[in-house]
Design a protein around this ligand. Structure first.
Ligand SMILES: Cc1ncc(COP(=O)(O)O)c(C=O)c1O
Length: 402
């Protein structure tokens, strides 16, 4: 008998993360002996910096191996408060801060605490794969606002105004954006905020996880750009990307105390606190300078440029604007749609394009449809330079075979 017969109906609202599925597919092919280059992972290839690892080891040696307060240790909360003030001009009290097992858990907790049947959450598309599923799992409706390539995949104030209803609970804003690399400047955020000011029932979740990974321009978050929204914004961030700590699972958020308290209560009944060791390591990372990241950012910029130059060699198969932040190129693959592969197959969708590139060229990447936009492919370029160069050659030659 199928296991689906035993599952709760809510499981129909959620699918496996397509990025995780791509990595699992790549890993299975690699285990079969295939040479696969994974351009599907939302993860930097850099190691966690030494001073952070040392702080984690020290925490173990010092016996910091017990439960901590649910919302985080005093030291970590202090480090987060200082970070928000220094980097973002945001003042939060200790009861306005919470740490969790990754930014993903914070987003989940925020939605679970506030969204129920009928509640609408506005999601500019293309978006990170998890927002719509998290909203659906909480019983809410994910309302997609399509943002076109021609306008840099940016949410416009007009599109936002049109999408807001009485049922709207949240707008989720992600800058720099996964998958497009789009970055909103202060003026654009202020224009979006001007719409929200007229709708006091709408909250904003600012997902700033790619803060500091910016090639051109200046990072701003919406609560900083428009202080009048401060009471309605949950600012989510974490150490996964900037400190290369994906596996440590540590995210944090600042926001109104009533919401933070509700998220804390939920967390007290699920994972309790984030790992005590990860908290100590993250605190050390947040307390220290980010100077170590400068050469890393330059390496990422070079890789971005390598990918963009490669797309120009695909004879119209692929094209993309210049991502200002994060580490993805969201390439339009309409030039490949309708083509016939050397095996006689037809490329009808971006899922076909991703499958073709996996099978023909040994490159794993995620189709745009996973992010709500087609036909695109997301190229995650935070991998070793030599492997990236090899992937680019394979891409050019796979396109030439169509
Ligand atoms: C836009 C966005 N938000 C949140 C996350 C999750 O981050 P964390 O590792 O802190 O859970 C990711 C991870 O890929 C992401 O791309």
């Amino acid at each position: 008998m199928g296991s689906t017969l035993k599952l709760a109906p809510r499981m129909s609202a959620v699918k496996e993360s397509p990025t995780a599925a791509t990595s699992a597919k790549a890993a299975a092919l690699i285990a079969d002996g295939r040479d696969i280059i994974n351009l599907g992972e939302g993860e930097l290839d850099f190691d966690t910096p030494e001073h952070i690892c040392e702080a984690g080891i020290l925490a173990i040696r010092n016996g910091e191996t017990r439960y901590t307060p649910v919302a985080g240790t005093d030291r970590l909360k202090q480090a987060i408060r200082r970070k928000f003030k220094t980097d973002n001009g945001l003042e939060y009290q200790a009861n306005q801060i919470i740490a969790a097992t990754g930014a993903k858990q914070l987003i989940f907790n925020a939605m679970l605490a506030t969204v129920s049947e009928g509640g609408e959450v506005l999601i500019p598309i293309p978006s990170w794969v998890s927002y719509p599923d998290i909203v659906s799992l909480c019983g809410g409706s994910a309302v997609h606002i399509n943002c076109d390539e021609a306008s840099g995949f940016k949410l416009t104030p007009e599109a936002l105004a049109e999408a807001i209803t009485e049922k709207t609970k949240w707008l989720i804003l992600n800058s720099p954006n996964n998958p497009t690399g789009t970055v909103y400047d202060a003026a654009e955020l202020k224009a979006i905020a001007a719409v929200l000011i007229n709708h006091p029932h709408v909250m904003v979740l600012a997902d700033d996880i790619y803060e500091h990974i910016i090639y051109d321009g200046q990072f701003t978050t919406i609560a900083e750009a428009e202080p009048a929204l401060y009471e309605r914004v949950l600012t989510v961030n974490g150490v996964s990307k900037i400190l290369s700590m994906t596996g440590w699972r540590l995210g944090y958020a600042g926001g109104p105390s009533w919401l933070i308290r509700a998220m804390e209560i939920l967390q007290s009944q699920s994972t309790t606190n984030a790992s005590s060791i990860s908290q100590a390591a993250a605190a050390a990372g947040l307390e220290a300078s980010l100077d170590f990241f400068h050469p890393r950012l330059e390496a990422l910029r070079n890789r971005r440029d390598v990918v963009l130059a490669t797309l120009k060699r695909t004879a119209g198969c692929l094209s993309a604007g210049i991502p200002q932040g994060a580490f993805y190129v969201f390439a339009n693959c309409s030039g490949m749609i309708g083509s016939t592969t050397p095996n006689g197959g037809k490329l009808v969708t971006d899922v076909d394009v991703a499958s073709y590139l996996l099978e023909q060229a040994g490159i794993a990447l995620v189709p745009g449809s996973a992010f709500g936009a087609s036909p695109y492919i997301r190229i995650a370029f935070a991998i070793d330079d030599t492997r990236l160069a090899e992937a680019c050659e394979r891409l050019v030659s796979a396109c030439a075979k169509l």
